[in-house]
Design a protein around this ligand. Structure first.
Ligand code: GRF
Length: 210
C-alpha cells in the first residue's frame, strides 16, 4: 500500500472525491495516511476528520519565510514516511528541495487544460475568468506531476469540459470540478498506486493493462 498524504488549504471538494472513490474501491493500493493543511481553518480538515483520517496543520502564517514553511512540511512528510503527495487545492508553492525529494511522487490538480491558463498567479476563479475573457470554447482540468515550475510538470491526465455561453467564472469552476477534477484526480492516484505510471522526460506513459 502506497503511503499517501493529501495536502489542502481550503474547501476540500477534491479531497472529498478522493475519499468517496476510496470508499467505492475505485482507488486501489493506497493508504491515505494523513491530510495536511497549510490553513488551520480549512473545511477540508473537517471532511478528513469525518472520514477518520489523521490530520495535521502546518500553518503557513506562523513561518517567517516560505523556505522555513517548506522545510517544516518536508519534515512532516518524512516523519509520516509518505511515498505519494497529492496536492488537492493546496495554495502554496513547493520549493526545489521538496520537489527533488519527491520527484514524480507529487501530483497536483489544476482547473484548466495545461499549458493554457496556468502558471504563477493562476488559481481559483482567476483561471476561469481568464478562460471566459479569452473566449475559448473548451476548458477542463489537468493532473500533473509537480516540479519547481508552477504547473509545469509532466501531465498525467486531462479532461475537457465545454464552456457554455452563459457561464460565469463560478458556474464554469463548478462544472469543471464535477465533470473533470473529481474524476481525474482519484483516477491518477489509483494509477500511481497500482504502479501504472512511468515518466519518460515530459511524457507520462500509462500502462492500461489490468
Ligand atoms: C480546485 O479547483 C483545484 O483545481 C485547485 O484548487 C481548487 C480546490 O478546490 N487547485 P477544493 O479545495 O478541492 O474544493
Amino acid at each position: 500500500m502506497v503511503r499517501t498524504a493529501v495536502l489542502v488549504s481550503g474547501g476540500g471538494s477534491n479531497l472529498q472525491a478522493i475519499l468517496a472513490s476510496q470508499l467505492f474501491g475505485e482507488i486501489q493500493n493506497c493508504n491515505l495516511v494523513s491530510v495536511i493543511s497549510s490553513n488551520p481553518g480549512a473545511y477540508a480538515l473537517d471532511r478528513a476528520r469525518a472520514a477518520g483520517i489523521e490530520v495535521s496543520v502546518v500553518d503557513v502564517s506562523t513561518f517567517p519565510t516560505k523556505r522555513t514553511f517548506n522545510t517544516a512540511l518536508m519534515q512532516k512528510l518524512g516523519d509520516l514516511d509518505i511515498e505519494l503527495v497529492v496536492l488537492a487545492g493546496f495554495m502554496q508553492v513547493l520549493q526545489r528541495p521538496i520537489c527533488k525529494e519527491y520527484e514524480n511522487r507529487i501530483m497536483n490538480v489544476h482547473p484548466s487544460l495545461i499549458p493554457a491558463f496556468c502558471g504563477p498567479g493562476q488559481y481559483g476563479l482567476h483561471v476561469h475568468q481568464q478562460v471566459l475573457d479569452y473566449g475559448v470554447k473548451v476548458s477542463g482540468a489537468t493532473v500533473h506531476f509537480v516540479t519547481e515550475e508552477v504547473d509545469g510538470g509532466p501531465i498525467i491526465l486531462q479532461k475537457a469540459v465545454d464552456v457554455l455561453p452563459d457561464d460565469t467564472a463560478k458556474t464554469l469552476q463548478r462544472r469543471i470540478m464535477e465533470q473533470a477534477e473529481w474524476e481525474i484526480l482519484p483516477k491518477a492516484i489509483d494509477l500511481f498506486c497500482r504502479g501504472k505510471l512511468t515518466v519518460e522526460g515530459r511524457r507520462v506513459r500509462i500502462d492500461e493493462g489490468a
